[in-house]
Design a protein around this ligand. Structure first.
Ligand code: GCU
Length: 368
């Protein structure tokens, strides 16, 4: 619990964030039961309706698997798993890559949303992740539906009607829908420890990973790397050089539902802020990663979202963010609590350094 006079409490005070625990009738919610039955559904709904758009209907895909030749020096098995979705006579197939240590049974897994289909990839150091005892299940987001304003292709093409209603599904929600279908599939695989499957992604896909973990309670941990504006970062109190909602809505309007655009210029009137998105992961674990030169992602506000959300973990009798009472500086790594944060050296990138920090944090978590 933050002391009122603490530096971080004052930072949060300045931002005048919507209160996570005030019910619609004005009452203060004080129990996990009411959080789960009332506030959690409330925040999920607000965040979808006002930011990312509605959830496409559930469709059970047909699955096909194929084993690939490359075996990472005999240490890993690599399968391509194809998901075919059929809706109203239209079909779309999404290829995904499943890699796990040879002989794996019940190992922790990362569902990884990636920019490219490559295995390995510059953002996905496969061999190192395998050597750390994890499995990987990755997808290239453009194979789900393209990263542009075309809603006629991929999964968007299956679900869209012609008019984009105010709460129409944005591309981030489509990508995260796919991550949940990958989670469905992992439930059928003995290689995966069903209680230790997390979701990770970088930047726009860090936003997607956070949304996925917020909505889908089967994910035990979330690693949201350099996700910034409309991801982990608080919108209220944006730091100088941080990305504004106006820019993200102008440059990437299709990531969100149309309603989100109506908050440009009146961000303080949004009925939520991104601490609510982080809070939805409680009581599971969330690790927020930043890089010192990535000013655009607004590191202070990524960290503060984690601090502000921590009260929900405390309600569960768990610890949220464990950090000193100050804003982060280069080299800080705070992963003792169930809400973690690190600020590494360098630029916007999903680096090996980030992966090592996340994997250490998850190993600590799984030992608890
Ligand atoms: C842009 C965008 C960010 C986003 C990033 C990315 O910089 O403004 O919000 O996170 O692209 O996805 O690489």
């Amino acid at each position: 619990m933050l002391d009122k006079n603490a530096v971080l409490a004052k930072e949060l005070e300045k931002r005048k964030l919507p209160d996570l625990l005030t019910a619609q009738n004005g009452e203060k919610v004080t129990t996990v039961e009411r959080w789960e039955s009332e506030m959690r559904p409330y925040w999920k709904n607000i965040i979808l309706e006002h930011c990312y758009g509605k959830t496409p209907v559930y469709v059970q895909p047909k699955i096909q698997t194929k084993i690939n030749e490359i075996d990472f020096a005999g240490k890993a098995v690599w399968e391509t798993v194809s998901f075919t979705f059929a809706v109203n006579g239209k079909e779309h197939t999404v290829p995904t890559q499943l890699i796990y240590p040879v002989g794996a049974k019940n190992v922790p897994f990362f569902v990884y949303l990636n920019f490219r289909p490559d295995i390995p990839d510059r953002y996905l150091p496969v061999e190192e992740i395998i050597d750390n005892g994890f499995g990987i299940f990755s997808v290239c987001y453009n194979d789900v539906t393209t990263d542009n304003g075309d809603f006629t292709n991929g999964l968007a093409g299956l679900f869209e009607d012609e008019t984009r209603a105010p709460n129409a599904t944005g591309k981030i929600r489509y990508w995260s829908y796919m991550a949940s279908r990958m989670m469905d599939y992992l439930q059928t695989r003995e290689e995966a420890d069903k209680s230790a499957i997390g979701v990770a992604g970088h930047s726009r896909l860090g936003k997607t990973a956070l949304l996925t973990g917020a909505l889908d309670e089967r994910f035990a941990f979330v690693c949201t790397n350099d996700s910034g504006c409309s991801g982990a970062a608080l919108t209220r109190g944006r730091c100088e050089g941080g990305e504004p909602v106006e820019v993200i809505c102008r440059v990437f309007p299709y990531w969100f539902c149309p309603t989100y655009h109506t908050y440009v210029g009146r961000e303080d009137e949004m009925p939520f802020d991104h601490h609510a998105l982080v809070a939805l992961v409680a009581p599971r674990a969330v690790y927020i990663g930043g890089a010192i030169e990535d000013v655009w992602a607004d590191n202070d506000n990524q960290f503060l979202a984690g601090v502000a959300a921590s009260e929900i973990w405390e309600m569960y009798g768990k610890v949220g963010m464990v950090s000193p009472d100050r804003l982060p500086v280069e080299g800080d790594t705070w992963t003792d609590g169930n809400v973690g944060f690190h600020l590494r050296k360098g630029k916007h990138y999903h680096s090996r350094t980030d992966w090592l920090i996340y994997m250490d944090a998850v190993k600590k978590l799984l030992k608890k």
